[in-house]
Design a protein around this ligand. Structure first.
Ligand code: BTN
Length: 242
């Protein structure tokens, strides 16, 4: 095992899913922070039971971290913000935005995915995939994925991994010492669609309203005719401005 920043780092050549490897590791450890990366991922998992197709050369990483229950809702914002900031550090001119709750968009296309799962004990598994050089080209998808390479931004997985760990550690420190507010402010400065009309697809229904804010747990605050609605989970879609 190697070390990176404050993390014990396990690098694998090939895995089914780095989140599965991380779950197994979380059962064997008692304390400390661990991260698993893989050069190739053959059976990656995405949110809501979807699969995550992993092209060789893309970044697959799963962090194993003890998180206070009260901060579980907030950590995803630290993760997506840190990913945005690390890509901005590598490509200062990149056109990059965040999309609630946990996507990163480059020129309006999704380039990454974040999957939080429960690990053993108090551990949370934070799985992150970044499309560095390949992304599935699916037609009919409302939110098409792309890769950084397709958009003209080339870097290698370890350069981004190292930058990400550095920035994520700093942002976790901010969360620990100053709470969610500074993270929330930075996140809101970089989110797409704030103050605009959006459509939110939850498991049960579709809602339309103005994207007003996020609350202290990261729930989306949608202004509808009858007032502010709190939305805890869903996919958002932007309504084209005419
Ligand atoms: C999403 O559906 O947007 C989340 C995708 C998460 C993919 C990453 S890749 C590394 C880690 N291992 C997995 O099997 N999934 C996550």
């Amino acid at each position: 095992m190697k070390k990176i920043g404050q993390w014990q780092w396990l690098e694998k050549e090939e895995v089914g899913s780095t989140n599965d490897e991380a779950l197994i590791l979380s059962q064997e450890i008692k304390s400390g922070k661990y991260v698993v990366t893989a050069q190739r991922q053959t059976n990656g998992r995405g949110r809501r039971g979807r699969s995550w197709i992993g092209y060789d050369g893309n970044l697959f990483m799963s962090f194993i971290q003890e998180i206070e229950l009260s901060q579980i809702g907030q950590i995803v914002f630290v993760v997506s913000l840190s990913l945005l900031e690390s890509l901005q550090a590598i490509f200062p001119k990149i056109d990059i935005k965040l999309k609630w709750p946990n996507d990163v968009l480059v020129e309006n296309n999704k380039i990454s995915g974040i999957l939080l799962e429960k690990g053993a004990g108090k551990y949370l598994i934070i799985g992150i995939g970044v499309n560095l050089c390949g992304a599935p080209k699916l037609s009919g998808v409302l939110y098409p994925a792309t890769s950084l390479k397709d958009k003209g931004y080339e870097t290698d997985r370890l350069t981004l991994f190292e930058k990400y760990v550095e920035i994520y550690d700093k942002n976790c420190q901010i969360l620990k010492e100053q709470g969610f507010m500074p993270i929330r402010e930075k996140w809101l400065r970089n989110v797409k669609g704030l103050g605009e009309k959006i459509e939110v697809h939850t498991e049960k229904e579709t809602k339309i309203g103005i994207f007003k804010d996020i609350d202290t747990n990261g729930a989306l605050l949608l202004e509808e005719k009858n007032g502010l609605e709190k939305i805890y989970a869903g996919d958002i879609f932007y309504i084209d401005k005419k």
